[in-house]
Write a protein that binds this ligand. Structure first.
Ligand code: CA
Length: 233
């Protein structure tokens, strides 16, 4: 019996062999074809020659800046890019997300988290990028076209800004939006005191849509980075 073809091809760009091995081990059950590159230049070559379905990119590479590598990958492929980073809220991580990376994983990472993030990105990449028409999550129903939010039969009244924030977050459920991306999308202005503005409106929005605003399940804070909407729909 011929062995099954790998379900997807993953490129890992990382100079630390232990991390590369850990990624391989974490994804063993998914059984992808894994291509390894130990630097930015070889990584960029591999993107062009191997057309990976997903890329894991380490921030700290010996030859090229992670941001530059990310931008150059994004210029040639739409494949999801997951950044490996050392610290939560690292300024570089935010810059990478703003530069087109899709998600990030903090080192040291758990096997389950890495496998789940990779699977989630592949799911997102497999569906056409258009916002869902309606979302039902945690007893809340959101109708994007009607611009209507209901908790059970009760209408939830949102301010225009709250609606805009919710519309941006739900346009791509599961994706992390940085403060800057949200600020630009909602206010159509360059980055200002985005975090403060956002925090105020997010607090109000959560008070209206979360069952327990102190323990939000729908809009998740990514500390130092931004927010993501989490829902099955
Ligand atoms: Ca490294």
């Amino acid at each position: 019996m011929a062995p099954e073809a790998p379900p997807y091809t993953l490129l890992i760009i990382e100079d630390e062999i232990e991390i590369t091995r850990a990624v391989g081990a974490a994804l063993r059950e998914q059984n992808p074809a894994i291509i390894e590159a130990s630097g930015g230049k070889t990584g960029l070559d591999a993107v062009k020659s191997s057309h990976p379905d997903i890329i894991i990119l380490d921030l700290g590479l010996p030859d090229l800046d992670g941001l530059e590598v990310c931008q150059r990958i994004r210029a040639v492929t739409d494949a999801p890019i997951i950044v490996l980073t050392a610290r939560h809220g690292e300024a570089d991580t935010v810059a990478l997300l703003n530069a087109g990376a899709d998600d990030y994983i903090i080192k040291p990472f758990s096997t389950q988290e890495l496998a789940a993030r990779v699977a989630a990105q592949l799911r997102r990449a497999a569906v056409p990028r258009h916002a869902p028409v309606s979302i039902n999550a945690d007893g809340l129903s959101i109708d994007i076209h009607l611009r209507q939010v209901k908790r059970g039969p009760m209408l939830v009244r949102l301010t225009p800004i709250e609606w805009e924030i919710l519309a941006v977050l739900t346009s791509d459920p599961g994706r992390v939006f940085t403060h800057q991306q949200l600020f630009k999308a909602v206010w159509n202005r360059p980055y200002g005191d985005a975090r403060l503005y956002l925090r105020v409106h997010l607090t109000n929005l959560r008070r209206k849509i979360e069952r327990d605003p102190a323990d939000p399940r729908l809009i998740i804070t990514e500390p130092g980075v931004g927010y993501r909407f989490v829902a099955e729909w």
